[in-house]
Design a binder for this molecule. Structure first.
Ligand SMILES: C[S@@+](CC[C@H](N)C(=O)[O-])C[C@H]1O[C@@H](n2cnc3c(N)ncnc32)[C@H](O)[C@@H]1O
Length: 220
């Protein structure tokens, strides 16, 4: 994958191996109608209406994205992840739930933000339980970093919201420090959004006794 910027470095673990038959079947059935076309995003054409657009970065198997789309039918949701089996599960769940306001991108969110989303086009960006990359030598891989905060800031409309949830105390501290250094957001540590299901990495973190930090950053 080529770099969209000199500071780009992959924020996810490289995965090898064959896709399962179930993943292949889900992708074949559901991806064509939910994937966004290549090139710059024309959200009005894709969703068939003009509505606030929410991007979920690193959606995993999509429980939060599907729940948000159901809870807020007047908004549109774009969920992005590089993890094919996760996106395949999301697609099956979205189909079962019958949500019309959810689309997916199978790929790197940095490329999507940099090359395909217009400035001020997003109402919110959700980043739930990003890979913590706890070792110092891997810290450059954390999704929250100056390059991505610049991209998120520019793609959010004024007053748009970045939500970050993490069960890794080091990542919470890192996020707050990076947001403070960026300076373009009003930041509060807030409550857990009631619409988000306790699922995926949140459920794992809570089961292991970890505390979840919820960061809400509003674009100035
Ligand atoms: C720890 S998992 C959390 C998944 C989900 N949000 C949850 O709470 O269960 C982090 C996810 O972010 C994805 N990810 C990391 N960096 C990404 C990037 N640059 N673009 C797209 N997805 C990314 C990974 O593939 C992984 O599925």
């Amino acid at each position: 994958m080529s770099a969209p910027h000199p500071d780009w470095v992959r924020s996810y673990a490289a995965r090898r191996g064959r896709r399962s038959a179930l993943t292949e079947e889900r992708l074949a059935r559901f991806l064509p109608s939910r994937r966004i076309p290549s090139g710059p995003l024309d959200a009005t054409a894709v969703f068939g209406r003009s509505a606030p657009l929410v991007l979920e970065v690193g959606c995993g198997h999509g429980a939060a994205a599907v729940a948000y789309a159901i809870a807020f039918p007047s908004q549109d949701v774009l969920a992005v992840d590089v993890h094919t089996p996760g996106v395949a599960r999301l697609l099956a769940a979205a189909d079962a739930a019958g949500v019309a306001n959810l689309r997916v991108e199978l790929g790197d969110a940095v490329h999507l933000l940099a090359d395909r989303l217009a400035p001020a086009s997003l109402a919110a960006v959700h980043l739930f339980f990003p890979d913590p990359w706890p070792k110092a030598k891997h810290a450059k891989r954390r999704f929250v970093r100056p390059l991505t905060l610049d991209l998120v800031h520019s793609r959010l409309a004024e007053g748009g919201i970045l939500l970050v949830a993490t069960d890794d105390d080091g990542y919470a501290e890192h996020t707050l420090a990076e947001l403070a250094a960026h300076g373009g957001f009003d930041v509060v540590v807030g409550d857990r959004p009631s619409w988000r299901p306790e699922d995926g990495f949140e459920a794992k973190g809570r089961a292991a006794g970890r505390t979840v930090t919820e960061v809400r950053a509003t674009r100035r």
